[in-house]
Ligand binder design. Structure first.
Ligand SMILES: Nc1ncnc2c1ncn2[C@@H]1O[C@H](COP(=O)(O)OP(=O)(O)OP(=O)(O)O)[C@@H](O)[C@H]1O
Length: 352
């Protein structure tokens, strides 16, 4: 990694003394928006890649972050992380809820979340109702199909998709309402590995994983085509169907490509960097998702009940504030009484 935007992929087979191969070096330089080496921590990666999406998300812009790369290169570590070093999922959700709280006096939000995996081209729900966010994700991830492979002891055998929906509308309810909604996809793709290293079930999974990744690669190729007239076959796999908007449609999309520094991983690193390089030229067209809801008479009962809730919320707020005020007034009165008492005492002392 050459700070902070360049990766130089060196050819491990290159021999500077071999004049016959002198012009055949496979060394290649790639430029990206940002690059990290092994010293980067989770917060740095999160800040440089994902944090900027949150503001758009609460104003109605879709967003996607996906981790891509060969098996064992740290995709799950980046997305999920550990208890001590949480990854992008948790950091994003924390900041999202913080941003919501900061604007919740005027806006009301509803947030939905789903966590699913695509395993052998089947979609499975990974969530059970639970409490804390990190716990929920950890639990969801434990449900994820994970097996040791030749390359990674805890290899994820599926693509994991965490989807967060944010709906926002003004608290001032009106007959005509503007509702904004946006969807955030955070995706930890399964790693690709050479099929020859695995046997049996692992080999079959590998074929499915590679099928979706191949479909993803084909979509990236078609979308990045300079003439822009290639057919993009999103229907080839569940993954590409799900990612349709993220890839070529209405979404701000971040791709995080992971590679290993090992010379033995040269080919995989080259493939990954090639796809990441192509993905750079994909242009998505983002637009704010908003609808103007004009209510029909039949919906007025809902509006009335929403308004009642809002009145209750505000009344409670006023009561809380009044309670707090009364509390501090009492404290003042106690102080004043204390002073008066002393004063009277000293006065009476004077009289005496
Ligand atoms: N930056 C890092 N710092 C510390 N440990 C890391 C880092 N990146 C990866 N690891 C560790 O390396 C191992 C492999 O990483 P991880 O499981 O995230 O890879 P992966 O790309 O998701 O693999 P697969 O595609 O097979 O699921 C894990 O034990 C992980 O904790």
């Amino acid at each position: 990694m050459v700070p902070f935007q360049m990766v130089v992929l060196m050819d491990p087979m290159e021999d500077p003394d071999d004049i016959l191969r002198a012009n055949r070096s496979r060394e290649k330089t790639y430029i990206f928006d940002v690059t990290f080496d092994y010293l980067a921590n989770q917060e740095e990666v999160y800040r440089a890649t994902t944090r900027g999406l949150i503001e758009g998300l609460i104003s109605g812009y879709n967003a996607t972050v996906f981790a891509y790369g060969p098996t064992g290169c740290g995709k799950t570590y980046t997305m999920l992380g550990t208890d001590k070093e949480p990854g992008i999922y948790v950091r994003t959700l924390n900041d999202l809820f913080r941003a919501i709280e900061e604007t919740s006096d005027n806006m009301q939000y509803s947030v939905t979340m789903s966590y699913l995996e695509i395993y052998n081209e089947m979609i499975r729900d990974l969530l059970n109702p639970s409490s804390g966010i990190m716990e929920l994700l950890m639990r969801g991830n434990k449900q994820r199909t994970q097996e040791p492979t030749a390359a990674n002891q805890t290899s994820s055998r599926s693509h994991a998709v965490l989807q967060v929906g944010v709906k926002q509308q003004s608290r001032c309810l009106d007959v005509l309402q503007e509702v904004r909604f946006a969807r955030l996809f955070m995706i930890d793709l399964a790693g690709s590995e050479r099929a020859t290293q695995n046997r049996g079930q692992r080999l079959k999974e590998g074929a499915h994983i590679n099928r979706s990744l191949l479909a993803l690669g084909n979509c990236i190729n078609a979308l990045s085509d300079k003439n822009g007239n290639k057919y993009v076959n999103y229907r080839d796999s569940k993954l590409t169907r799900l990612l349709k908007d993220s890839l070529g449609g209405n979404s701000r999309t971040v791709m995080i490509a992971h590679i290993s520094p090992a010379s033995s991983a040269f080919e995989e690193s080259r493939n990954t960097l090639t796809y990441a390089d192509r993905a750079k030229s994909i242009r998505t067209r983002v637009k704010k998702n908003l609808i103007n809801v004009s209510y029909h008479i039949a919906q007025y009962t809902n509006i009335i009940s929403d308004l009642r809730c809002e009145i209750q919320r505000l009344q409670k707020k006023i009561a809380d504030q009044a309670g707090r005020q009364l509390h501090s007034d009492r404290a003042d009165i106690r102080n004043v009484q204390g002073t008066t008492f002393l004063f009277l005492n000293s006065d009476s002392l004077l009289h005496h």
